[in-house]
Write a protein that binds this ligand. Structure first.
Ligand SMILES: [Zn+2]
Length: 186
């Protein structure tokens, strides 16, 4: 087993409850390596350390609304995010751990009322199947803190054809002429 594989498995441990939930949906198909599609989670690059703190600590650093979205997989009201009017160049970072997730270069107006992007930055999101609605959706989360960000759909613009539909409260915007904050540490 390579070091990368080992670290990947180590990271998957805290995600076990999410995997069990997806596992019980009964809607996933095995991939060639035997892993059900719904359980495939992107692996964090080696240089990204997981950010794991207690539920009580999350409540201390997040607002009630941020906590509901990031830690309870909530969804904000459409057209409620000030980020919809953010047209400057810059970077959208995870509101939970400050990991950069999206560039303004990939943001577009989807008309849905949520900040939308046609691609994330490389290797920063993990996914799982969300079966809360009748039609399963692909949920994605920050790969560092596992904070829920939004859902990805296949009705986006070129070049990817994907729409990352994100909660504005789960993100913070940093203009390109300002320094990115240090990642939150436990
Ligand atoms: Zn995060």
């Amino acid at each position: 087993m390579t070091r990368k594989q080992f670290l990947g498995y180590a990271w998957l441990v805290p995600a076990a409850p999410l995997m069990l939930q997806a596992c019980t949906s009964g809607t996933s198909n095995p991939s060639p390596d035997g892993t059900p599609d719904s359980l495939i989670v992107h692996q964090p690059p080696l240089e990204i350390d997981s950010f794991v703190i207690s539920d009580e600590e999350w409540r201390q650093i997040l607002s009630d609304e941020e906590y509901h979205i990031l830690r309870e997989e909530g969804t904000e009201r459409p057209f409620s995010s000030p980020l919809l009017e953010e047209h400057r160049k810059g970077t959208f970072i995870c509101a939970g751990c400050f990991l950069p997730l999206f560039s303004s270069e990939t943001m577009y107006d989807s008309g849905t009322g949520w900040p939308s992007y046609w691609a994330p930055l490389p290797d920063v999101l993990g996914t799982k199947l969300d079966t809360k609605l009748a039609t399963p959706r692909t949920e994605y989360h920050c790969i560092r803190c596992e904070g829920h960000q939004g859902h990805v759909f296949e009705d986006g613009p070129e070049p990817t054809g994907l729409r990352y539909c994100n909660n504005g409260l789960a993100l913070r915007f940093v203009p390109h002429d300002e320094a990115l904050p240090d990642l939150r540490t436990a």
